[in-house]
Design a protein around this ligand. Structure first.
Ligand SMILES: [Zn+2]
Ligand SMILES: [Zn+2]
Length: 366
């Protein structure tokens, strides 16, 4: 952590002030007042908290899995032949060539999922229509319609990340998966119960890896060189999810979701399913609209608005590290639910300007 004088220096050198500079300084002052070895205490505290989350989650899963998954396994088992036929069809489409499906298949599948999901949002963002959907915009007056030059700049970076970084990464990931013994064959498709366990592990691995790399990129000494690019969008749109500096794209966007399948030695079909879920989930988190029946994007939208809150994906580590404390006092947090009706949450729970100002000052005080 930077010394106070260095923080002041960094602050004056920065083109725009990042609230993390302020919070780092305050966190340091507060930690110093509590202990003679704040770094050690903070690190131990983090490790204990993480071990607690992972341990509790695994225990809950172990306790509940037999009853929950038995019923679901019946369904999966009954339709097992169906899934095997589908995967056999895909595998044959790639000539039963492991290299072809492992590298180019994975790249093609993830790129197609990303653009299909984003096309739907882009149509609304570019046209600013229909009004029936625009009313669900979280930051209501921002990027509607989205400025074309800004959008083109983002598209260029996204394509660079997907193609120039994606191809070599896909090649390396394939080699690692082969070494790990990951199968591509239809007869090796896993049971439903196993897929469920894998999804659970993938989510935890991503939460841990994304949270800490993301927080690292917010450190005042590195923020302006790497992560500032992603935060050019204070009111994000779907494709901003992978609009990032190449270093960030590798460390925060591609590695965290890939590590889970490597760790578990997963079947290619399971990896594809997970990559699809992760890509749709991050697109929704950045889309800027809180539509009915979709997971709430309020937390990450708030991160883009305020910078020093909500660093994680699931919110578990934010709760444990207290990096959602300001968020939890806001109207955005009250709106952070699954919308079941048609009335937009910004109308049901509107922001008031007084709240906005007090939240900013709270962020600085904490
Ligand atoms: Zn983001
Ligand atoms: Zn960030």
């Amino acid at each position: 952590m930077a010394m106070p004088s260095e923080i002041m220096k960094t602050t004056t050198e920065r083109e725009d002030k990042h609230p993390e500079v302020v919070s780092s300084e305050i966190m340091k002052a507060s930690a110093q007042s509590q202990s003679k070895h704040p770094k050690v205490v903070h690190l131990l505290d983090s490790v204990k908290k993480t071990a607690f989350v992972v341990g509790t989650a695994l225990l809950v899963f172990a306790a509940a899995r037999n009853s929950i998954t038995w019923h679901l396994q019946q369904f999966w088992g009954a339709s097992g032949d169906f899934w095997q036929r589908q995967w056999t069809f895909i595998y044959q489409l790639f000539g039963e060539d492991d290299v072809f499906i492992g590298i180019w298949g994975t790249l093609g599948f993830t790129t197609a999922v990303f653009w299909l999901a984003n096309l739907l949002f882009l149509l609304i963002d570019i046209t600013g229509k229909p009004a029936a959907l625009i009313k669900y915009k979280i930051q209501q007056d921002k990027n509607i319609p989205v400025p074309f030059p800004k959008l083109m700049k983002a598209v260029q970076q996204v394509l660079f990340n997907q193609i120039i970084l994606g191809i070599p990464f896909s090649y390396v990931a394939y080699q690692v998966m082969q070494w790990r013994g990951c199968s591509h064959k239809a007869e090796d498709l896993p049971t439903f119960q196993w897929v469920l366990l894998e999804m659970f592990v993938f989510s935890l691995v991503e939460e841990i890896c994304f949270y800490y790399t993301h927080r690292l990129f917010h450190h005042p000494r590195v923020y302006k060189y790497i992560h500032k690019r992603h935060h050019e969008w204070t009111a994000p749109i779907g494709l901003v999810s992978i609009y990032a500096h190449p270093v960030e794209h590798i460390l925060s966007n591609i590695l965290p979701p890939t590590l889970g399948p490597v760790l578990m030695g997963s079947h290619l079909a399971t990896s594809w399913m997970w990559f699809g879920v992760a890509l749709i989930s991050t697109t929704v988190a950045h889309c800027g609209y809180h539509f009915p029946l979709i997971p709430s994007p309020e937390a990450h939208d708030f991160h883009h608005l305020k910078f020093n809150q909500n660093y994680g994906v699931l919110g578990i580590l934010d709760r444990l590290h207290g990096t959602d404390e300001v968020f939890r006092t806001t109207k955005a947090y009250q709106r952070h639910i699954l919308l079941l009706g048609l009335s937009p949450l910004t109308q049901q729970i509107p922001d008031d300007t007084k709240d906005k100002k007090s939240n900013i000052s709270k962020g600085k005080l904490e």
